[in-house]
Ligand binder design. Structure first.
Ligand code: ZN
Length: 133
């Protein structure tokens, strides 16, 4: 079952450029940066209450984030819902005809398992399920 919105993913060209905006203008605290090889991104996390912001910078030209920025520019990339049963959540989506990007969860940032639903099946919102390991 879904527990809460865990984070919003935001595509940026450069963490170096983007992080000062979140720190200085919004006054949020950067909790750390991490490279996620499986998704070819470097991430920076900020907490805002219970919800986090996950800035995503592409680490290679064939990164899904690089392709997203090329097509849409920088901005909101995905919504991540925290669940206590990621496999059950994926099955529920698949059973309802939703196209899955990941049929099996992959390693995400912050020691979580993650899986994405295809935005063509989710009314245009790239949707992530995440579950702490
Ligand atoms: Zn995410």
């Amino acid at each position: 079952m879904l527990q809460q919105i865990d984070h919003l993913g935001i595509a940026v060209r450069s963490l170096e450029d983007a992080v000062p905006y979140y720190e200085n203008v919004l006054g949020l605290h950067c909790e750390g940066q991490e490279e996620v090889e499986s998704q070819k991104v470097r991430t920076a996390f900020f907490a805002c209450g219970e919800v986090h912001l996950e800035l995503l910078e592409p680490t290679s030209e064939d990164s899904p984030i690089a392709k997203f920025i090329e097509k849409n520019g920088e901005g909101i990339h995905h919504i991540a819902f925290r669940t206590d049963d990621i496999s059950g959540q994926l099955k529920q989506a698949a059973d309802n005809g939703v196209r899955l990007i990941h049929e099996v969860p992959i390693e995400g940032a912050n020691d979580k398992l993650v899986a994405f639903l295809h935005p063509k099946s989710t009314k245009g919102v790239l949707t992530e399920f995440c579950m702490p390991k």
